[in-house]
Design a protein around this ligand. Structure first.
Ligand code: AMP
Length: 400
C-alpha cells in the first residue's frame, strides 16, 4: 500500500510518499514560494537522486501537479502510474472541537473544516486547497485529514478554559486547542518503546522545539495540557512568535506607536520570539553564534527561551504529579546538545543527570540521561508524516 502525505502551507507544499509494507519513504520533497517569484520544487527519491525544478508555481493546483510529475518522472520518479497511490493523507492544522480523530474526507467533512477555519485563517484554507486539488486530480482515492489539534482533545476543561466571559467559549469556541499534536503523539509513543514500558504507565513531558515550539504534558498516552492555545501563538518563545505575554501589552503598543490590530498581530507572530529579542535571526544557530561572540541581546534571547521551557516543565511536573521522562524533539530538541544541557541544568530540583556523551548524539533516538537520573531524558526525532501515513492507512482500509 502506497500513501502520499501532503502538508499544504500558505506558500509551500511538503510531501512524502510511503510504502506502508515497511513504512519506508519512497520519495519526498517540497514546493516552495508558491504564488511568489522564484518558486521551485525540490525532490528526492529512495535511490539517492535529488532534483531542483525551478519554475513558476502560481497556486496549489500547479504545485501538486508538479509533485505528481516528479513522482512519475522516468529519471527521478518512483511511480509508473498514479494508480499505484492507494490513499492520500493531509495535515490539517485546526479541527476545532468537531474533530476528535483523523477522518476520511467527504463533502461534509470539508464543510466542517471550513466551518472551523476562522480559528486558523493562516493554515486551514491552504490545507483545504490541497484537498480540493487532490479531489480533482485523483477523485476516486480515499483522502484522510489528520489534525494537529486532535491529540489535545483529551485535555479537561480546567486546562483548556480561558478566564474570559464563558459565552466566548460557547459562542465562538474560544479555548485552548493546542498544536503539534501529531508530533507529541508520535514521540510519546516512541518514548514508551525506548523505555520498554507501557505508555499507559507513563507520565511524559514532550518538548517540541523547532521554529514553532510547544510543550505537552502526557499522562497514559493522553495530552492533559499543552502550551499553545487558541492559535499557535501562545506558550514558549519561538523563532518569530512571542509566546506568552500580558495581553495588556497589545493596547499599550497600539497607543504608543499608533499601530493597528493587524500590525500588532504581525509583530507578535512574525517579528517577536528569538528574532525579536536578538534582533539577529529566528534561527537558533545564528543566535548561539552571536552569543558566543559576545552579543548581549542574543544571550538574552537564549536565556528567555530556556527559562520559559523550564517554567513549563515545572508546571507540567506538578500537573502530571511527577514525571518519568522528558522528551526533546524537532530542530532544536533533536540537534542542540547545549540547549538540552542548559534546560536540564536548571531542573536540579528534579534530580536530572544527563550523560555528557550520549547528549552529544544528534538526530537519533536515544536516552541521554544517566541510569541514576530520577527522570529519564530522551531525544526522539519526530516524524509527523509517518503518523499521518499510519492514520491514513488505517482509515483508508476501513473505507474500502
Ligand atoms: P524545525 O522548525 O523543527 O525545522 O527547527 C528549526 C530550528 O532548529 C532552528 O532554530 C534551527 O536553528 C534549529 N536547528 C539546530 N540544529 C539544526 C539542524 N542540524 N538542522 C535543522 N535545524 C536545526
Amino acid at each position: 500500500m502506497k500513501i502520499l502525505v501532503l502538508n499544504s502551507g500558505s506558500s509551500s507544499i511538503k510531501y512524502q510518499l510511503f510504502d506502508m509494507i515497511d513504512q519506508s519513504v519512497l520519495a519526498k520533497g517540497y514546493a516552495q514560494r508558491i504564488g511568489i517569484e522564484d518558486s521551485y520544487l525540490e525532490h528526492k527519491n529512495n535511490r539517492g537522486d535529488k532534483v531542483k525544478i525551478e519554475q513558476e508555481i502560481h497556486n496549489h493546483n500547479e504545485g501538486i501537479q508538479l509533485v505528481i510529475k516528479a513522482l512519475l518522472d522516468q529519471a527521478h520518479g518512483v511511480l509508473t502510474s498514479l494508480d499505484e497511490i492507494d490513499a492520500i493523507g493531509h495535515r490539517v492544522v485546526h479541527g476545532g472541537e468537531k474533530f476528535q480523530q483523523s477522518t476520511l474526507i467527504t463533502d461534509d467533512v470539508i464543510a466542517q473544516i471550513q466551518a472551523v477555519s476562522d480559528l486558523a485563517p493562516l493554515h486551514n484554507p491552504h490545507n483545504l486547497a490541497g484537498i480540493a486539488v487532490c479531489n480533482q486530480i485523483m477523485p476516486n482515492k480515499p483522502q484522510v485529514a489528520v489534525f494537529d489539534t486532535v491529540f489535545h482533545q483529551t485535555m479537561e476543561s480546567q486546562a483548556y478554559t480561558y478566564a474570559l466571559p464563558y459565552r466566548y467559549y460557547q459562542e465562538y469556541g474560544v479555548r485552548r486547542y493546542g498544536f503539534h499534536g501529531t508530533s507529541h503523539q508520535y514521540v510519546t509513543k516512541r518514548a514508551a518503546k525506548v523505555l520498554a514500558r507501557p505508555l499507559a504507565d507513563l507520565k511524559l513531558i514532550s518538548c517540541h522545539l523547532g521554529n514553532g515550539a510547544s510543550i505537552t504534558a502526557v499522562k497514559a498516552g493522553k495530552s492533559i495540557d499543552t502550551s499553545m492555545g487558541l492559535t499557535p501563538l501562545e506558550g514558549l518563545v519561538m523563532g518569530t512568535r512571542s509566546g506568552d505575554l500580558d495581553p495588556a501589552i497589545i493596547n499599550y503598543l497600539i497607543e504608543k506607536e499608533n499601530l493597528t490590530i493587524s500590525d500588532v498581530d504581525s509583530i507578535l507572530n512574525k517579528q517577536s520570539g528569538l528574532l525579536g529579542i536578538s534582533g539577529i535571526s529566528n534561527d537558533l544557530r545564528d543566535i548561539q553564534k552571536a552569543a558566543r561572540e559576545g552579543n548581549k541581546q542574543a544571550q538574552i534571547a537564549l536565556d528567555v527561551f530556556i527559562y520559559r521551557i523550564q517554567k513549563y516543565i515545572g508546571a507540567y511536573f506538578v500537573a502530571l504529579g511527577g514525571v518519568d521522562a522528558i522528551i526533546f524533539t524537532a530542530g532544536v530538541g533533536e540537534n542542540e546538545s547545549n540547549i538540552r544541557k542548559e534546560i536540564c541544568d536548571g531542573l536540579g530540583v528534579l534530580n536530572i543527570k544527563l550523560d555528557a556523551t550520549s547528549n552529544q548524539l544528534r538526530g537519533e533516538e536515544a536516552c541521554i540521561s544517566t541510569i541514576d537520573s530520577s527522570v529519564a531524558v530522551l531525544v526522539i526525532p519526530t516524524n509527523e508524516e509517518l503518523m499521518i501515513a499510519q492514520d491514513t492507512k488505517k482509515i483508508a482500509l476501513r473505507a474500502t
